[in-house]
Design a protein around this ligand. Sequence first.
Ligand SMILES: [Zn+2]
Length: 323
Amino acid sequence: MVGLYRAGRDSVMDVVVNDNLRPDAQVLPFYLAEEETGTPLVRGRIASVGHVASTILARHDYPQDIALLQAEALAMTACLSSTLKFAGIFTLQAKGDGRVRTLFADITETGAMRGYTAFDEDSALVMPAQGISNLPQIMGGGYMAFTVDEGATGGRYQGIVELDGPELRDAAMAWFANSEQLETAVTSTSGQGDDGWQATAMMIQRVASEGGKKPSKADIELHDDVWHTAKTLMASVKQTELLDAEITPEQLVFRLFNTLSPHVAPARRVVDECRCNIEKVEAILKQLKPEEADDLLDDDGKIRVTCEFCKTERRFGTDVLAG
Ligand SMILES: [Zn+2]
């Protein structure tokens, strides 16, 4: 397992920043500071991607349980990716042998996000109980992989965890525990209201003490104290607060952590944007074996290809096939 974190620094400032975002399509970085010096002791993120979840889910006719899981996975992916310094794509992908076979969400470093779920349409609905995802019931046995892919010139880093907790956050925290020395707490949820979907993920992470300098006993006690209080406060957040479109992420930070000197940084935009294009599809078609291509032929002799993510349908003549 290769650590995904390149440095303990905040990685958000050098990407797209906009102060006038809708409160439902952004990642808001924040930190909790030592009161006198302003030194960050805990870093956090709130990803609130209801608007993006609404437009993505509108293209898929998912049953309610699948849509809830997909929306939550989108929020979790946006939240986790924003803690990493990378130029490429961050992916959350779970494989199961239950109702859901594949749960997928990915996001680029500029916040372009997409997702889809492959599931067994003959299986029974698995509704979450009181905001708990019921991951084992809906996915069966399987694993979740978190991947950073920086393309041909960069690196590829992957962490894989088994799906053995009841919630998406259990997998995320297992991944952090495996890949990163810093203590981390994560929570996420999703829901559908009158104005569309809401999907929110929040995480906090303990800041490493300054390298080279041996912290004093008083420093260690202060850091421990702030970390444990922050975890307790985050655990107190209600699902309804996380999903309330009337509460902005910034308001939520101050409401939850007001005793711990909270500071917020500029938000990072998240948008619904697929990366498919005609050249990529043609390149895939050229590599097909003749019998695979036959399966894609329509009655009118055309090849029809639909993007799994954005549902864009493209039609090709057989001349795009090799040979
Ligand atoms: Zn697409």
